[in-house]
Design a protein around this ligand. Sequence first.
Ligand code: NAP
Length: 245
Amino acid sequence: MTGRVLVLGGTGEARRLAAALVTAGVDVVSSLAGRVADPMIPEGDVRIGGFGGVAGLVGWLRAAPMAAVVDATHPFAATMTDSAAEAARLTGVPLLRLQRPGWVAQHGDDWRWVDSLEAAAAAVGGFGSVFLTTGRHGVGAFAGLNGPCLVRSVDPPAPPLPPRTTVVLARGPFTVEDELALMRQHEVDVVVTKDSGGAMTAAKLTAARQLGLPVVLVRRPPLPAGLAVVGTVDEALAWVGSQAG
Ligand code: NAP
C-alpha cells in the first residue's frame, strides 16, 4: 500500500493497528475524538478532534488525500461509524470496520440484554446498589436512580448524576481480584455495562459471575448496511495490504 491510511481510533485495537502499520512501513494517520483528557497516543501521525460531520470528513479525505480508511472506533461510537460509511460512499475511499467481537455469556452468568442506556436504567430500578461501567457520557440516563450508584470512568462523569453517586476514576485493564474487591467494598447488587467486548474490561463479568450478581448489558448499535467488517487487528492489517496503492 503506497497511499496514506486513516485509522479512526480511540481503542486498543486502533493503537495496535497503527503500530503494526508503522512497522510495515505504511504511512498512517490516527484520528482521536479528543474526548479524554489524557489520551493514549498511537504510533505514527495523529490528529485530534471531530471532522465536522460527514461533509467535514469528505473534505478531509479528499484534501489529505487518503487511500483507505479503517474505522477502529469503539463499538458504541455509532455516529462516527455512520459518518465514515457515508463519507466513504461519497468519496469512493475504501473503508473497513475493525470491531472486536461482543462478549458471550458463560455458564453461571445472569445477563439481561437491553437496547439502550435508558432501558438499562429501567432494568436496574428495583435493585439496591448499582455499579455503572457505561462510560462517563452515559451516566445521565441513570440520574433518576435514588439508590447508591458506583460510577467508574476514565474522566469524571458529566452531570446530571444519580443523587447518591460514588465516582471511581480508573482506566482498564482491571483484574478479577480488583473487580471482586471493588464490588464487595461497595456492596454492589447489579452491574451495568455496554457490550464493549474485549479482554481489557471483561474482568467485571467474571467477578459478577463469581459473586452471583446480575449484569445488565446494552446491545451494540447496528452497523451501516454493506460495511466490510473484521474482528481482529491481523485481519485489518491484511485488508490494508490488499488495497492497491
Ligand atoms: P460518536 O458518538 O460516534 O462520535 C461523536 C462525534 O465525535 C463524531 O460525530 C465525530 O465528530 C467525533 N469523533 C468520534 N470518534 C472520532 C475519531 N476517532 N476521530 C475524530 N472524531 C471523532 O463517538 P463517541 O461514542 O463519542 O466516542 C468518541 C471516541 O471515544 C471514539 O474515538 C471511540 O472510539 C472512543 N471510545 C468510545 C467509547 C464509547 O463507549 N462510546 C468507549 C471507549 C472509547 P464529527 O462529526 O465532528 O466528525
